[in-house]
Design a protein around this ligand. Structure first.
Ligand SMILES: [Zn+2]
Length: 434
């Protein structure tokens, strides 16, 4: 079997192991990979901190150079079979694509990294090469967090290569790829309003907590921030707008806002993603209130997903939230808080990645960015370790449809893209470690 066939087969097998989180069941996938590596003469270990939530780790020793961790997560978000054209855990190959939950996020990268790792075992490596497939990323990253807390020496490396960036957009001026060198801050908070219960037939006797939530919800929904020219995202968005011919010459904020609206008309996915990267966003995601049909609700809770560009501290976010709800009676509590994280770009890994993508796609441009969402890279960046998100894939069709497959329906990856990912990353890893 050649590497292409082997990669396709490996990805199909990984998709067939249902690791929907919750509950995860990542240990089954870890055992499968342990066996797969063993057949290739590579020892690995499974570290399980919670039953069924296994993390797989393996390390190939190099000489004295900087070490590199190939990181991925094995859990996926759930999939509703009723909404899919094929069963989401079939891993079926159809129309030159491999179909199933995790095909992009991120079992294809597990397959690619596993393959590259297994091919490095008998090479003379400059530094250690580590392979880690971790649990529970989709619900907050406890696999990586626990590994760093309890078995740091097994996973630690000088550089980390993870998911997050690497998407290639075909513009009028050629391919533009991003590399995720930083991440937006993630602040999830819950706002509660309190009232007092009464019989639902005489509403005037109680205080309705849902009613008190209305102005709060309105302020969240009408919260609008201007774009901020903050790097690294601005560097990426500027290239994107220039390469699509939407801006030229000297820029001001107004022109850029207009160009972003124009981009949104052409491709809603690209436009909205670019706007979100450059702004503070607040999205109401859960609302709960009331206990029974005939009781005036005395409690209501609203959960908001707030994301901020690099440069914002927890204090800045608290201040912004206090100002937003000024004059309204409510209580705000953070339920998850991660300040933005970033890595420098003048590093040998960045150079290796740039060289690799330019060799595979001559004339392409690579720009650092934050992307919009978060990844496990933040845990490493917090420790001063350089972590990049780079899962090279050429976006096929428009970005809107592409992005909606991730955590959405009918997720799939073309065989061509899978091989492309493998070719680019193999070059990058080889040149970094040689
Ligand atoms: Zn992911």
């Amino acid at each position: 079997m050649d590497s292409k066939e082997e990669l396709v087969k490996l990805l199909s097998s990984l998709i067939q192991i249902d690791t929907s989180n919750p509950p995860g069941n990542e240990s089954e996938l870890a055992s499968f990979l342990k066996e797969w590596l063993w057949e290739r003469g590579i020892r690995s270990e499974i570290l399980e901190y919670e039953k069924g939530r296994g993390n797989l780790i393996s390390r190939i020793k190099g000489s004295k150079g900087p070490s590199l961790l190939l990181l991925s997560h094995s859990d996926v978000v759930p999939a509703d079979p009723a909404r899919w054209k094929i069963p989401p855990f079939s891993g079926i190959v159809r129309d030159d694509c491999i179909w199933g939950r995790g095909a992009i996020d991120m079992k294809s990268m597990i397959a690619v990294e596993a393959m590259i790792f297994s091919e490095m075992v008998d090479k003379d490596l400059n530094g250690d090469l580590v392979f880690a497939v971790t649990a529970d990323e989709e619900r907050g990253g406890s696999g990586v967090r626990l590994l760093l807390e309890k078995n740091r020496e097994s996973i630690i490396a000088d550089y980390v290569l993870n998911e997050g960036g690497g998407e290639g957009i075909l513009t009028k001026e050629g391919w533009l790829f991003d590399i995720q060198t930083a991440e937006r801050g993630v602040f999830w908070y819950r706002i509660s309003t309190r009232g007092s219960p009464a019989h639902g037939s005489i509403p005037g006797l109680g205080i309705n907590a849902i009613e008190k939530m209305i102005p709060i919800l309105n302020r969240v929904l009408t919260f609008k921030r201007e774009i901020e020219f903050v790097n690294p995202s601005w560097k990426y968005v500027e290239s994107l707008l220039r390469m699509t011919g939407l801006i030229r010459g000297v820029l001001d904020k107004n022109m850029v806002e207009k160009a972003l609206d124009e981009l949104t008309k052409i491709d809603k996915g690209l436009g909205e993603a670019a706007k979100s990267m450059l702004k503070v966003t607040m999205t109401p995601t859960i609302i709960r209130g009331g206990v029974k049909e005939n009781i005036v609700p005395y409690e209501c809770e609203l959960t908001v997903d707030c994301r901020v560009p690099p440069g914002y501290s927890k204090n800045d976010v608290s201040k912004m939230i206090n100002e937003l709800f000024q004059g309204l009676e409510c209580e705000v509590n953070f339920i998850q808080e991660f300040e933005p994280s970033s890595s420098p770009i003048d590093t040998p890994l960045y150079k290796a990645i740039e060289k690799a993508i330019l060799s595979e796609v001559p004339g392409a441009k690579l720009e650092p960015s934050t992307k919009t969402g978060g990844t496990d890279s933040r845990y490493f960046r917090k420790m001063g370790i350089v972590a990049y998100g780079f899962q090279p894939l050429k976006v096929e069709g428009n970005y809107y449809d592409w992005f909606r497959m991730i955590h959405g329906d009918n997720e799939r990856i073309s065989i061509e893209n899978l091989i492309f990912s493998y070719n680019v990353l193999k070059r990058a890893v080889e040149s970094f470690l040689s």
